[in-house]
Design a protein around this ligand. Sequence first.
Ligand code: SF4
Length: 290
Amino acid sequence: MQKKVEIAIDPESGFCFGVKNAVTKAINELADGQKLYSLGAMVHNPVEVNRLASIGLGVIDHEQFAKLHNAKVIFRAHGEPPSSYANLKDRNIKLIDATCPVVLRLQANIKKAYEQMRQCNGQVVIFGKKGHAEVIGLIGQTDGNAILIENEKDISKIDFSRPIEFFSQTTKDVSKFMNLVKILGQKSSQFQWHDTICRQVANRGPHLRNFASEHEVIIFVGGRDSSNAKVLFEICKSVNAKSYFIENESDIQNDWFTGVSSIGISGATSTPSWLIENVADRINAIVSGL
Ligand code: SF4
């Protein structure tokens, strides 16, 4: 008799609300048939980027954006620095701003802190990844003057004789941020910190750890360039050695499921639900034939 195989989709996998909102805005705008450009890829997932391209979404970089005229452009959930909002009218650019509200609030708070820090010779310090789109938007709120720290080594960039306002990129690891808060707090008596990590991401770690340990095999679906996907997959791997990273259903290998009775499927905050469903269908077909 064929063994029954349980296939479960992680209920917390898939787009966070910020990405869902941005992609929905893009799809709604494309419905009128006019060309729409996104400034940078809407999500760190090549399969979803290709799907959006197939319905008419073009992707441009900042250099192309600066030269663009008479066009409609969407800003993605990560947000943009103030320079991206300049001269839009002169170039007849219609802007669809899909910046996540959580990122918008953080940008506003950093701008306010920067203005205060200027009055007292203080510094705005941001924990984030160099070159990440959201971080570029955050540093832009400080005229490029915020100090970016990626790890403990970068702490040497901070002048501890001056006041400090400390923020984090929304997708950073909470424990690493709190470790930096502790170190900076010990070195400075004029130190304020703000926990600005998005709970849509942070809460997924503990949940995913449980989910990955409850199944014999884990299939994690994500874009290979997505930092969020990398972090979440590492969590799966740390509790379940039989965790496999795939970009789409064609990466699946049948022998991963031999003799297995429980399979869990999860994905990053940039992985669309339809892709996770496709993966589940493919696994269903494979185990039915085993
Ligand atoms: S992870 Fe959080 S801050 Fe980032 S886009 Fe999603 S909801 Fe917004």
